[in-house]
Write a protein that binds this ligand. Structure first.
Ligand SMILES: *Cc1c(COP(=O)(O)O)cnc(C)c1O
Length: 223
């Protein structure tokens, strides 16, 4: 068995039923993804539109692609044309509106997650928990015509302090519940994408339904 298949098996063994594994393949060559595919993986995460545009046509059509990177408004059309199964990283209302307009134009419904900013770092993207709650309680989502918001995505603080990481995950999970309670009409809002290679077990314990695991499967990335 090759290295990627073995690593994939090891990660899968730690993921309970009901939690989906997104294999984050950014910066890895098509051959690496093909190995994971041969080992049964069908869900991949990519963070750059340019890279996704190369990988989608090079790999089997039954792969589900999640977009997980910061998306510039001027790349929305190109991304929608690639038909990602889920855009996980909607980090502003402006971007959400652009995705909605482009999806309507393309005659499809896009599935998205809204990205929450809970990490300590200023560099991370997303709406703060207060902004997110305000967005939902204002019912701004009711005017969407071709976009289905399926849940929330977040990254924890980039720290070895696992108490802090667990607190970040708990905060996002609580926010999801608050939104569900504030907006009982919101349908199919149940996904919670959080957790990466070093912290996905904590994320699962906090209620993640999707984990995004890269280096634990594919090894280190050379940027
Ligand atoms: C790269 C990336 C991951 C995976 O990180 P690893 O540490 O390699 O598991 C997860 N989520 C997002 C948003 C990423 O950009």
């Amino acid at each position: 068995m090759d290295t990627i298949a073995r690593a994939l098996d090891a990660v899968r063994a730690t993921i309970p039923a009901g939690v989906e594994l997104v294999a984050v393949s950014k910066f890895h060559p098509v051959e690496a993804l093909a190995e994971a595919y041969a080992a049964g993986q069908r869900l991949f995460g990519e963070s750059r539109v340019q890279e996704l545009a190369v990988k989608v046509p090079a790999l089997p059509a039954d792969i589900s692609w999640h977009f997980i990177g910061h998306l510039q408004t001027n790349k929305v059309r190109q991304l929608i044309a690639l038909r990602p199964a889920l855009i996980e990283s909607v980090d502003s209302e402006r971007l959400l509106r652009a995705i909605d307009a482009e999806s309507e134009r393309a005659g499809i419904v896009s599935r998205v997650l809204m990205q929450v900013h809970v990490a300590q770092e200023e560099t991370k993207f997303g709406l703060t928990p207060d902004e997110m709650l305000a967005f939902f309680t204002s019912r701004a989502y009711e005017s969407l015509r071709a976009t289905h918001i399926c849940g929330l995505m977040a990254m924890a603080s980039n720290t070895d302090d696992m108490t802090r990481v667990a607190a970040d995950f708990a905060r996002v999970a609580a926010l999801k519940t608050e939104i569900q309670q504030a907006c009982p009409d919101l349908r199919g809002f149940d996904a919670l994408s959080m957790g990466m290679s070093h912290d996905y077990s904590l994320a699962i314990a906090a209620g993640a339904t999707l984990v995004r695991v890269g280096s634990a499967i594919f090894g280190d990335r050379s940027y």
